[in-house]
Design a protein around this ligand. Structure first.
Ligand SMILES: Cc1cc2nc3c(=O)[nH]c(=O)nc-3n(C[C@H](O)[C@H](O)[C@H](O)COP(=O)(O)OP(=O)(O)OC[C@H]3O[C@@H](n4cnc5c(N)ncnc54)[C@H](O)[C@@H]3O)c2cc1C
Length: 504
């Protein structure tokens, strides 16, 4: 039985950080546009954006070793790190704008200052880290980075990791105090509360089953509501922000740009420390090096987190294989994503990535004691009884045909949009939530080219470095670092206030 029918300007599918960011940007740019949201779960930020489902790292390339590579001549290429840092600065500026405009009351409800560190062991990796430090610390985007291979200094920085370390193997770390821990779940909920206060029509427990083009060029969604009834809703523009669920919806839209694309799911598991004495001994995000054969998103890290107003300690994520595209998805997700148009792409990817698949399946089978062994590379005397396993979110990496060949696995995020800009989907999940503002601005530019001229002044008011290379404007970097740190309460001399979420 079909019940409700509506017509609106914009439909956002999914209530994760991406829809939250796009909706908030659009409400600032064109407040009069009507926006409707459909989310299949009971609340916003329950899938990958939830605080327990991701690592909460404000990815600014301050500690992630996989964003810098060693060239054959031994020099270090930091171009990817620069790109990601500049993208994160866009998020920081937008969040600051929301705080200054009183749309977010207390930034400490979602962002906390936390040192970001990289840690390596062994002579070869210590030499790499030193060279990387030299390449980065001269760059204004990474100012304040320190390096040490002295046990005493390291003991001061990361006592939990250094104490009781049995071997005399060389060990070194870099540390930068301007890193952040971001509660993307809290931020998503804050932004959806704000959207609700702006009369955005948010429908939870509403699952989008189908999308099709109407004769008059609109998009019609078939939506199953909480009573199981089918509703039909039309819009001029649709954003498919379904996280892992986006690929299936993109395929249903039938747009040619969505063909020949597949998805490769990677699951995640964290270990959470339940011993407050251990938690109290660590205060940083410490990223190590990925194991040989491991995908880049499974770089092990030991992270202080601030969740539910409480300091926690998480280790992981351990990558694994699950055929589901969402944590709350179906075991048939992978199989049903294979269509005639992406069959060859998927088969090619399968053949090329046998070793990765084998690695991921082996990871799923790891016993808790095996995972403890990996943790002990960080905390030598970690006790099994102090740690519990928690299942994190699913990431669906994009598979597509590229110059590198058919069925190439991609590790970034990708906006796929129709030629006329009337529908767009976000695929992939890395660097992810941290770069939501940059990715949604890219989507706006692609889908609303006619409006960009009129919108640009407002975008620049919200995000002063929009369209400008920060690297080429060191004074702007300084200005932005200082003002965003002050507005978001990240300056060291500001008291740390962790309170309940407050929304205007
Ligand atoms: C283990 C792990 C660690 C990570 N660590 C980090 C990190 O440290 N830093 C970082 O920046 N990023 C990190 N990420 C990535 C980040 O979490 C994601 O990029 C981001 O949360 C994606 O947001 P989203 O809005 O696209 O998707 P989601 O948050 O997954 O939201 C999508 C929503 O769409 C809904 N939906 C799906 N299908 C339908 C449908 N048919 N109808 C209605 N609703 C639907 C879902 O229920 C869900 O609520 C991590 C991810 C994982 C899995």
């Amino acid at each position: 039985m079909s019940s409700r029918e509506t017509k609106t300007d914009v439909i956002l599918i999914g209530a994760g950080i991406m829809s939250a960011t796009l909706g908030t940007l659009l409400k600032e740019l064109v407040p009069e546009w009507e926006i409707t949201v459909f989310e299949k779960l009971e609340n916003a930020g329950e899938e990958s954006s939830n605080e327990w489902n991701n690592a909460g790292t404000g990815h600014a390339a301050l500690c992630e070793l996989n964003y810098t590579v060693e060239n054959p001549d031994g020099s270090i290429d930091i171009s990817k790190a620069i790109k990601i840092n500049e993208q994160f600065q866009l998020s920081m500026q937008f969040w600051s704008y929301l705080v200054e405009s009183k749309l977010i009351r207390n930034p400490q409800d979602f962002i906390i200052p936390l040192p970001h560190m990289s840690l390596v062991q062994g002579e070869q990796d210590v030499t790499f880290l030193k060279k990387r430090f030299e390449a980065m610390s001269n760059n204004p985007l990474f100012q304040g980075m320190e390096f040490s291979d002295e046990p005493q200094k390291l003991m001061e920085w990361i006592p939990l990791i250094i104490q009781d370390r049995p071997s005399n193997e060389p060990i070194a770390a870099t540390k930068i105090d301007s890193g952040t821990d971001v509660n993307f779940g809290a931020l998503t909920r804050i932004l959806f509360d704000h959207l609700k206060s702006k009369n955005v029509d948010i429908n939870y427990k509403h699952s989008v089953d189908n999308i099709k083009r109407t004769r008059d060029g609109l998009w019609e969604l078939k939506v199953r509501n909480d009573s199981g009834n089918v509703e039909r809703h039309t819009a001029k523009f649709v954003f498919i922000g379904g996280g892992g669920g986006s690929l299936h919806l993109l395929q249903k839209s039938g747009i040619p740009e969505g063909k020949h694309i597949g998805g490769f799911p990677v699951s995640g598991i964290f270990m959470v420390c339940n011993n407050p004495d251990v938690v109290a001994q660590h205060h940083a995000k410490v990223y190590g090096k990925a194991k040989v054969g491991a995908p880049p998103m499974s770089v092990p890290h030991l992270d202080t987190r601030f969740i539910d107003n409480k300091k926690s300690l998480l280790f992981g994520p351990f990558a694994g294989f699950s055929p589901k595209f969402l944590k709350t998805g179906s075991i048939f997700d992978l199989v049903t994503s294979v269509k005639p148009d992406n069959l060859v792409t998927m088969l090619s990817a399968g053949a090329k990535n046998m070793s990765l698949t084998k690695y991921l399946i082996e990871q799923v089978m790891l016993s808790k004691e095996k995972r403890m062994e990996e943790l002990r590379e960080f905390i030598p005397n970690a006790k099994s009884e102090d740690w519990d396993l928690v299942v994190a979110g699913q990431r669906v990496q994009v598979i597509k045909d590229t110059e590198a060949g058919k069925g190439t696995l991609q590790f970034g995020t990708e906006v796929i949009s129709a030629a006329d800009g009337s529908i767009a989907a976000l695929l992939g999940a890395s660097p992810g939530a941290s770069t939501a503002v940059s990715v949604m601005l890219e989507l706006i530019k692609k889908c609303f080219p006619q409006q960009m001229k009129a919108w640009e002044p407002k975008i620049k008011e919200m995000i002063p470095s929009y369209g400008v290379s920060l690297l080429k404007n060191p004074e702007l970097i300084q200005e932005i670092h200082t003002s965003t740190a002050r507005t978001l309460g990240l300056s060291e001399n500001l008291p740390l206030q962790i309170t309940r979420q407050t929304v205007s």
